[in-house]
Write a protein that binds this ligand. Structure first.
Ligand code: DHB
Length: 314
C-alpha cells in the first residue's frame, strides 16, 4: 500500500512528478493522469505566460548522474492552470488529487495568483515555489529568510487552507533552524517540498570545451542522483524540525525504488521524480512503485508508516 495523505488530500500512490517536468501543457498533465503516479503537480506558473530561456536549456549529464537546467520558467501563465484546475475531475477513478505550483516573480504577483485560486474555491492544493534559481537577476526567496517570512505573512492568510512550499536545498544547520522556525509560525503550511535543484552548477563537455546549456553562461540547477544525499538531508532536517503535523515531500535523486525508500526513511510523506521522469517518461512511476513495493515486501513492511522517518543514526 503506497497511499498517503497530504494537505487534506489522499494520494493513491505517494509518487508524483517534480514540478517542472512533464507538466507545462494539458497533454503532459494527461500523461501523468494516465500513468501510475498518485498525483500530479503543474509547472510553476507566473502571472503572464513565458517562453523561458533560449535552448538548449536542459541537458542530462553523462553517466546518468543527473541533469542541469536553466529553463527560465517557461509556462502558460496562471490562468491556464486555473482553467485546468477548474476542469479537473476531482472524482477521477484513480483518486488522484491535483497540486498547482505558483512562482510569482514578485510578492504582488504571488498575491494576485493566490487570490484568484482562493476565489475559485477549488479542491486543488497550492505549492508555492520559493526556489526558482534560473531567473537572471532574481535572488530566490528561499535564501532570504526575512523576505520569505514577509511573503508568507501576506500569502498564508489569503490561501486560507492547507498549502505547501517548494524549498531550495539548504547546506547549513543554522539555515534549517531558521527556515523551520519561520514555517512553524504558519498553521496552514501543511508541507514543504525538499528540494528544488541545487542551484547554479556548471556542466562542461570536455571534448568540445563547451558548456552544455546556453542560458546564464552555462550555469543551471542540478538534479538527479548527484543531489540525492543533499535531498535526503533536507527532507530529514525539516522532518525533525517541523511541528503540528507539517509534512515533507521528498524530491531529488530518485531513479529507482531504492532512493524512494530512502526518502521515506528520511521522513518523506510523498516522493517526487524529476530528472528520471524527464529521461524515462511516465513509465517511471510504475517501475519505481513496483521496486519500492518489492523492497517493502523483502523487509517485511506492509505500509510506509512503519518506516517513515525511522532512519537510524549511529
Ligand atoms: C525553473 C526552475 C526551477 O528550479 C524552478 O523552481 C522553477 C522554474 C525554470 O527554470 O523554469
Amino acid at each position: 500500500d503506497l497511499s498517503t495523505s497530504i494537505a487534506g488530500v489522499t494520494l493513491p500512490n505517494l509518487l508524483l512528478n517534480a514540478s517542472g517536468v512533464n507538466c507545462r501543457y494539458e497533454n503532459e498533465l494527461q500523461q501523468l493522469l494516465d500513468s501510475s503516479a498518485g498525483s500530479l503537480v503543474t509547472k510553476s506558473a507566473t502571472l503572464s505566460s513565458r517562453d523561458g530561456n533560449p535552448e538548449p536549456r536542459y541537458a542530462p549529464l553523462a553517466g546518468q548522474i543527473g541533469s542541469i537546467n536553466s529553463m527560465g520558467l517557461p509556462n502558460q501563465g496562471y490562468e491556464y492552470y486555473l482553467e485546468y484546475a477548474k476542469k479537473f475531475d476531482y472524482n477521477n477513478a484513480a483518486g488522484k488529487p491535483l497540486f498547482i505550483s505558483l512562482a510569482g516573480m514578485s510578492l504582488p504577483d504571488n498575491k494576485a495568483m493566490c487570490e484568484a485560486f482562493r476565489d475559485a474555491n477549488l479542491p486543488c492544493v497550492l505549492e508555492i515555489n520559493f526556489s526558482c534559481p534560473n531567473l537572471p537577476g532574481k535572488p530566490q526567496l528561499g535564501y532570504d529568510m526575512e523576505a520569505m517570512e514577509a511573503a508568507l505573512q501576506v500569502l498564508a492568510p489569503i490561501i486560507g487552507k492547507p498549502f505547501g512550499i517548494k524549498l531550495p536545498p539548504y547546506f547549513d544547520i543554522a539555515h534549517f533552524d531558521q527556515a523551520a522556525a519561520i514555517f512553524n509560525k504558519f498553521d496552514n503550511i501543511a508541507y514543504v517540498t525538499c528540494i528544488n535543484s541545487v542551484g547554479n552548477g556548471l556542466a562542461i563537455d570536455w571534448e568540445s570545451e563547451t558548456a552544455l546549456i546556453k542560458p546564464k553562461d552555462g550555469f543551471g540547477g542540478l538534479g538527479g542522483l548527484m543531489v540525492l544525499q543533499t535531498s535526503l538531508a533536507n527532507v530529514n532536517a525539516f522532518y525533525r524540525r517541523l511541528n503540528n503535523g507539517k509534512q515533507v515531500i521528498g524530491c531529488g535523486g530518485v531513479t529507482s525504488g531504492k532512493e524512494a525508500f530512502l526518502h521515506i526513511l528520511a521522513g518523506a510523506s510523498a516522493v517526487q521524480i524529476g530528472t528520471q521522469l524527464q529521461e524515462e517518461g511516465t513509465g517511471v512511476f510504475e517501475r519505481v512503485s513496483k521496486e519500492l513495493e518489492e523492497i517493502m515486501v523483502a523487509k517485511g513492511y506492509t505500509n510506509v508508516e512503519e518506516f517513515r522517518g525511522k532512519v537510524k543514526t549511529l
